[in-house]
Design a protein around this ligand. Structure first.
Ligand code: FES
Length: 119
């Protein structure tokens, strides 16, 4: 992995440190994120709900959706777009991070920067 590619990816830790189904807090530079291991597929997204910035640590994840428990705004687990805004019009989408596993560790990168996959 080149130095530039290394800067785009953040090492979030060993894959076995993320129990199934439980959102685990992490950090990508200054951003707080949550890591969720769903049957060995890892999802990383911003930790705070775009509605009132409450932590999504207790969010419910089912059927490819992230449900904030506070006012039930719902986001796509794939790309973070709002599926149900609960009537709170104009909310931004949830930030979703790209992930990869390398050397049994989970790495994440902001979407849109399109780093080359190096496995
Ligand atoms: S804080 Fe998440 S829906 Fe209101």
């Amino acid at each position: 992995m080149s130095l530039n590619e290394q800067k785009l990816w953040t090492d979030l830790g060993p894959v076995d440190s993320f129990p199934l189904g439980k959102p685990i807090p992490g950090r990508i530079e200054d951003e707080e994120v949550l890591v969720v291991n769903l049957d060995g597929k890892f999802h990383v997204f911003e930790r705070k709900c775009p509605h009132q910035s409450r932590y999504l640590d207790e969010c419910q994840i089912r059927e490819g959706r992230i449900h904030c428990i506070y006012h039930m705004v719902t986001f796509s687990l794939d790309d973070g777009h709002i599926i149900d805004d609960g009537g709170y019009i104009g909310l931004p989408d949830l930030i979703i991070y790209r992930t990869k596993i390398q050397d049994d560790r989970l790495w994440a990168s902001p979407a849109g920067q399109n780093p080359k996959e190096v496995i």
